[in-house]
Design a protein around this ligand. Structure first.
Ligand code: NAD
Length: 247
């Protein structure tokens, strides 16, 4: 019975994708768990492991300012996955964009896997581990520089501290990314929400700009938007996206 319901939802999803030509995907950490990157709030996610401080505290602006050394110890150990590869969800989204159906991927992820899969319009609400800047002279550094640094990465030009271009708790979102996201979501005829608990604001509030035809939610755990979904699948993104037929 459950399987029949799953197949029925996939059929409705495929029919809706065929009928739409302005799809936006809004995703979170659950998109990359099948690439081996843990999310935050699942049972085996980072928030359920034990650290000296809770992860929300360590990856906050005030903690970073007070204790950059401890921040970088956690960040390098738990938030950088150099060998992770895009999975079927990243790849299908890139294909949908190439076909002209999907207009943007809005992501809370910082791992760069959508771009690696070939997606072009990726709106990174929380930045990227691949971009890093000297806080004094603004010199750019790649991820390798961070990984190879001992302790806190220091700028080789001016001696300033290098900070990841990642939005920490207590920091605001980039205004340009925000307005492009609002424009994309408000013009979409389908919004697919996937792999996010919708617990992190202001990112989660951006889906309120959607007024199109199909709201789709694909997530393992229930989300606050389940009851508003036209198509709802509780399951793995990989199982759903591998069944999306693109023609
Ligand atoms: P979250 O951990 O709060 O929620 C993840 C959700 O995805 C959960 O509801 C879980 O049930 C679901 N999920 C996990 N694997 C799934 C799968 N294979 N298929 C379908 N659903 C799946 O993540 P969030 O809502 O993105 O918020 C966490 C914040 O942490 C974000 O701001 C993000 O920037 C950051 N983060 C990013 C990464 C990354 O870049 N890959 C990883 C961890 C956390």
């Amino acid at each position: 019975m459950a399987n029949e319901r799953f197949e029925e939802s996939i059929k409705r999803l495929n029919d809706a994708i065929a009928a739409c030509d302005s799809i936006v995907f809004f995703g979170g950490a659950g998109v990359s768990t099948e690439s081996g990157i843990p999310d935050f709030r699942s049972v085996d996610g980072l928030y359920n492991q034990k650290y000296k401080y809770p992860p929300e505290t360590i990856i906050s602006h005030s903690f970073y300012m007070r204790n950059p050394s401890e921040f970088y110890r956690f960040y390098k150990d738990k938030m950088l996955y150099l060998d992770a590869k895009p999975n079927v969800t990243h790849e299908k989204l890139a294909e949908l964009e190439k076909m002209g159906k999907l207009k943007a991927v809005v992501t809370q992820n910082i791992d760069g896997l959508h771009q690696l899969a070939g997606s072009k319009e990726v709106l990174e609400l929380h930045g990227s581990v691949h971009r890093n800047y000297c806080t004094r002279c603004r010199k750019f550094f790649d991820l390798k520089y961070i990984v190879q640094s001992e302790d806190v990465p220091i700028c080789d030009a001016c001696g300033g501290t290098v900070k990841p271009d990642v939005v920490l708790y207590e920091e605001g979102l980039d205004q340009d990314i925000l307005s492009r996201t609002v424009a994309r979501i408000s013009q979409a005829d389908m919004l697919i929400i996937g792999g996010t608990s919708l617990a992190v604001y202001p990112a989660a509030g951006l889906i309120d700009y959607f007024s199109g035809k199909y709201l789709v939610v694909v997530n393992m755990a229930p989300t606050p938007r389940d009851q508003h979904a036209d198509i709802l699948v509780h399951g793995k993104l990989g199982e759903v996206f591998s069944k999306i037929t693109i023609s």
